[in-house]
Design a protein around this ligand. Sequence first.
Ligand SMILES: OC[C@H]1O[C@@H](O[C@H]2[C@H](O)[C@@H](O)[C@H](O[C@H]3[C@H](O)[C@@H](O)[C@H](O)O[C@@H]3CO)O[C@@H]2CO)[C@H](O)[C@@H](O)[C@@H]1O
Length: 736
Amino acid sequence: MQNLLLSALALSAAADAYGAGAAGWDAAYSRAQAALLKLNQTEKVGIATGVGWQGGPCVGNTYAPSSIDYPSLCLQDSPLGIRYANPVTAFPAGINAGATWDRSLLYARGAAMGEEAKGLGIHVQLGPAAGPLGKNPDGGRNWEGFSVDPYLSGVGMEETIQGMQDSGVQACAKHWLGNEQEHNRETMSSNIGDRATHELYLWPFMNAVKANVASVMCSYNKLNGTWACESDAVLNELLKDELGFPGYVMSDWNAQHTGVNSALAGLDMTMPGSDFNKPPGSIFWGPNLVEAVANGSVPQSRLDDMATRILAAWYLLGQDQGYPKVTFSSWNGGKATVDVTADHASVVRTVARDSIVLLKNQEHALPLRKPKSLAIIGQDAIVNPKGPNACVDRGCNTGTLAMGWGSGTSEFPYLVAPLDAIKVQAQKDGTKIVESTTDSTTAAASAAAAAETAVVFINADAGEGYITVEGNAGDRNNLDPWHNGNELVKSVAAANKNVIVVVHSVGPIILETILAQPSVKAIVWAGLPGQESGNALVDVIYGSTSPSGKLPYTIAKQPSDYGAGWNSALVDNFAEDLFIDYRHFDKNGIAPRYEFGYGLSYTNFNYSGLAVSVSATAGPSNGPIVPGGAEELFKSVGTISVIVQNTGEIAGAEVAQLYLGLPESAPSTPPKQLRGFQKLNLQPGEQGTATFELTRRDLSYWDVQIQKWVVPSGTFTVYVGASSRDIRGEGKFTVT
Ligand SMILES: OC[C@H]1O[C@@H](O[C@H]2[C@H](O)[C@@H](O)[C@H](O[C@H]3[C@H](O)[C@@H](O)[C@H](O)O[C@@H]3CO)O[C@@H]2CO)[C@H](O)[C@@H](O)[C@@H]1O
C-alpha cells in the first residue's frame, strides 16, 4: 500500500512535468490541430463515431483513421474497475471510496484502476460517476458515485480522476446531468431549477473539469425538456462555456436521438455508434454526419471541433507515446494476455476497511475479543455457491454483496467471504464457529442459540435498470434489507443476547426494526467493499484497525423522512430544490437515525482551538474561464482549522468536518453545507490539526438573476465537528 502511494506520487510528478494542467491542454490542442490537418472528412467523423456494440473488443470503439497514427479508441467501463476483463481487480464501489473521506485513498484507488486500464490497452475508462448524485435514497445507481453531498462527491471526482489520468488512462465523468433514477431514465425529463442545478448536480463536475478530465458522458434523460445529449444549454453553455471543459462529450450508450441537433448542441462522440437498442438503420453519425456537413446542416468548424477535442484528450494523456495495445475482448470471457492486478488488492482492502462505518456499539460489543464461540448467520456471509461472477453484470443477489449490478461492475478475480475471513481469525483465537448460511429464520435461531455471540449478515442491492433483480428494476422498491433481513435479525436477537449486525448495502436502509431488538449490540455498515470484503471486515471487527468510515448519506428513521424517491412519472420536477439528504433534514427539523457524516470509532476524539481566518469580498466571481469555471472561484480566501486529539487508549482516525451556514443575504440556503474535511490518523494522546482551505466557490451561492456564483455579504457561521449533527465548535466570519 505504501509503495502504491509512493508510486502514485511519482506518477503525479511525472504528469505535472508533462503539463496536464491548463497549459497541458494548450500543448495538446496544438498537436491535435496539426493532426487534424491530415484527416479527411470521413476520418474526422470516424474518430467521433462508435463502430457499433460488439464491433470491437471494448464496450465502445471508434474508427481508426489511416492518415495519422491514431488507434481505434477503446472505451471501457467501469467506475470501480475494468468490466468484462480478467484478471482485474474488483475495487470497492464509489460509495465506499466516498465513505473513507480520505483524499489519499481516493487518489490511490483511482491510480490503481488507471494502471489496470492502461495495462489492458484501454484508452478511456468510463468513470468516475457523480450522476446520479443520489437525491433519491432508493436510486439504483447511487452506489457508483461517492456521496449525495456535492462537496464530498466533488473531492471524490477530483482525486479519482487525477489518480486515473496520472496513470495514463483518460477518465470519463458521468452521467451529465440529472439522471437520478433508473425508471424511465430514457424517456423522462429532470426539470431542475437553475440554482439546484449549479449548487448540487453540476458542482462535482466542476471538480472533474478542474482535474482536467478528458471526457464527459451525457446522460439518457431530458433536462428541462430537452435530451441531455441534444441540449445546447446543457452541453455548449453549461459544460463547455461556463465550466470551460476542453475535452469531449460522448453520449451514453444510445442516448443520442438526432444527428444534426446533437452535433450542434455540442455532442462530440456517439456511442456505441450502431443501432444498439434501436430500429435497424438508426445511425445518426457516420456517413450521415459527413452528409450533414456537406449540405451545411452542421458547420465544418463543428466537426473540426469534435475531432480536435478527441485528439487533444489523447495527446493530453500522452497516449501517442507507446500506449499498450488492447489485450482482451469483452465478448469472449475477457481473458487478458497480461496480468495487471499488481498489489492492488492491498488498495482494495485498505479502502474497504477504512470505509466501514460503525453505527452502533453498545457495551463495547466490538471489537471481538477471542469469543469462545461465534455464530455466523445469513447468506450474505458466504460467496454465491455458483461463484461470485455467476450472474452477468452481477445481476443477482445471491451470497455476500460486494458490488451492485449493471455496467458499473467488474468481474471478481476472487471474493473473500466474511465467513471465510472470520474462520481464519477464529482458528487463531480458538473460537468455535457455528454457521447458518441461509436466510432461514429457524436455522438462524438455532445457530444463534448455540454461540456466545452472533454476527448476522444482511444486505440490500440495486443497479442499472436494464436488469431486474428480485423485482427491483434498477431502483430499489423500498429501503428494507432484502431477503427478509429484519426477520432474520429478529429471530437471532430472540435467541442470543449479544448480536452484531453487518450490513452490505448500496445505500441507506431503515434500521428501526433492528434497533428495536435489545440484543442487537452493534451495527456495522460495510457497503460494497469489493474483492477483499471479508478481510477488511475482520480488520475492523477484531480491532486491528479502529473503524474510521463516516456516512456519505443520511440514514432516516422512515423512508418518507427523505422527502424524495424515484417516481414513475415522465417528469420529475426536482421539488426538493436545494434540500436533499441532510439539507432537507436540517431545514425541516427532522431527526435522522444516523446523520450524514456520522461514524463511531473504538477511541474518542476531542476538538479544540477552532481558528477562523477568512477574508473575502462580497460579490460575483469573475475572471477568465479556466477548466472548472471562472478562475476566481478557485482562489483561496483563507483557512479554518481545529485541533483534534485522540483521547482514548488506542490508535484511530477521525474525519473532522467543516460546514458553513451562509448569511441571510443568500436567499433560502440550506442551514449548513459541507465545505471541508480532513482525516487525521492519531495515536493515543496524539493531537493533530485539521486545516480546511476555503475558496470563493465554497462561500458562494448561484445567483440566478446575474447568472454567476456570488459570495453574499454578512456573517457566515462556521460549524466544525465529527458529523453534520455532532458539532464540536462554532465560529463566525463576516464578509463585506
Ligand atoms: O457500457 C457503456 C455505458 O453503457 C450504459 O449501459 C449499457 C450497458 O453497458 C449495456 O450492457 C446494456 O446492454 C443491455 C441492453 O440495454 C438490453 O436491452 C439488453 O437486453 O441487454 C444488454 C446487456 O446484455 O445497456 C446499457 C444501457 O441501457 C451505461 O448507462 C453507462 O454508464 C456505461 O458507461
